[in-house]
Design a protein around this ligand. Structure first.
Ligand SMILES: NC(=O)c1ccc[n+]([C@@H]2O[C@H](COP(=O)([O-])OP(=O)(O)OC[C@H]3O[C@@H](n4cnc5c(N)ncnc54)[C@H](OP(=O)(O)O)[C@@H]3O)[C@@H](O)[C@H]2O)c1
Length: 255
């Protein structure tokens, strides 16, 4: 039986672990060939690729530090070469997942706080979306899926001010770009996870984790796979009429 994403090329940024890894594995299970991007963890990226190929899927790991303009350009260039060039420069699905957060009071934040957050969480996402959209428009079909955050909907938790600013930017960019691309067959959507059990989140047993769990009516951290299933739907042909949407998958954080 054919799979919904067969013969589609997907790029998932920051997919050596956490939510990105779960998304890469899920899209590959749906039939997509997947570029597994990472910056600092080649062994973890290789493990994700192995998991996909052992299950009969197709994946390649590509190193690129998306906090830099050079790294972002290198990742764009890799799209033409992956899988032996069999996609001829086409890209069908872009999942802008790579992101970072530093916790702490804004008034005590270092001078590079803005650059660190915005270069990765916003600039790389915008640059990659521009390149991806041009490739997708040529075929008349494409999915750009940004990974925002429950912190992009409301500032419900203190100590993440700069992160909140980036994730509001992701939501605004998603909506604006969806208007421009709507007539082209390319949709742009935003998945906003609640607190998920990954290395980015505060330690599961600490006070910050307990406070976050109280904000979520389900009373627990989400699992990366629970975010991947929402991304899988938005990547599928079934989601063609959803555009500019921010889908909260947050255990009730923003209810
Ligand atoms: N976890 C949560 O509670 C939560 C909640 C809401 C939204 N989100 C969002 O979900 C996304 C993924 O979060 P996560 O929890 O899975 O994070 P994570 O566990 O910290 O994983 C981050 C991923 O991004 C990659 N990465 C980090 N810096 C990078 C860079 N400069 N260039 C390229 N890749 C880079 C990492 O790879 P390397 O280690 O190889 O660099 C890793 O694969 C982020 O956008 C985050 O804001 C997370």
């Amino acid at each position: 039986m054919s799979k919904p994403l067969e013969n589609k090329l997907a790029l998932v940024t920051g997919s050596s672990r956490g939510i990105g890894a779960a998304i890469a594995i899920r899209l590959a299970a749906e039939g997509a060939d997947v570029i597994v991007n990472y910056a600092a963890s080649p062994n973890r990226a290789k493990a994700v690729v192995s998991q996909i190929t052992n299950a009969g899927g197709h994946a390649e790991a590509v190193a690129a530090d998306l906090s830099t303009i050079e790294g972002t350009k290198a990742l764009v260039a890799s799209i033409d070469k992956v899988f032996g060039g069999k996609f001829g420069g086409r890209l069908d699905i872009l999942v802008n997942n790579a992101g970072m957060v530093k916790f702490g009071p804004f008034l005590e934040s270092p001078d590079d706080f803005y650059d660190k957050h915005f270069n990765l969480n916003v600039r790389s996402l915008i640059t990659l979306s521009k390149d991806a959209a041009k490739r997708m428009i040529k075929t008349g079909w494409g999915r750009i899926i940004n990974i925002g955050s429950c912190h992009g909907e409301a500032a419900a938790f203190p100590g993440v001010t700069m992160y909140v600013a980036t994730k509001f930017a992701v939501r605004g960019f998603t909506r604006a770009l969806s208007r421009e691309l709507g007539p082209t067959g390319v949709t742009v959507n935003n998945v906003q996870p609640g607190a998920v059990d990954t290395e980015l989140s505060p330690d599961d047993n600490g006070p910050a984790a307990q406070a976050m769990k109280k904000l979520m009516s389900v009373g627990r951290y989400g699992r990366p796979e629970e975010i991947a299933s929402a991304v899988s739907f938005l990547a599928s042909p079934d989601s063609a009429f959803i555009n500019g949407e921010s889908l909260t998958v947050d255990g009730g954080w923003n209810a």
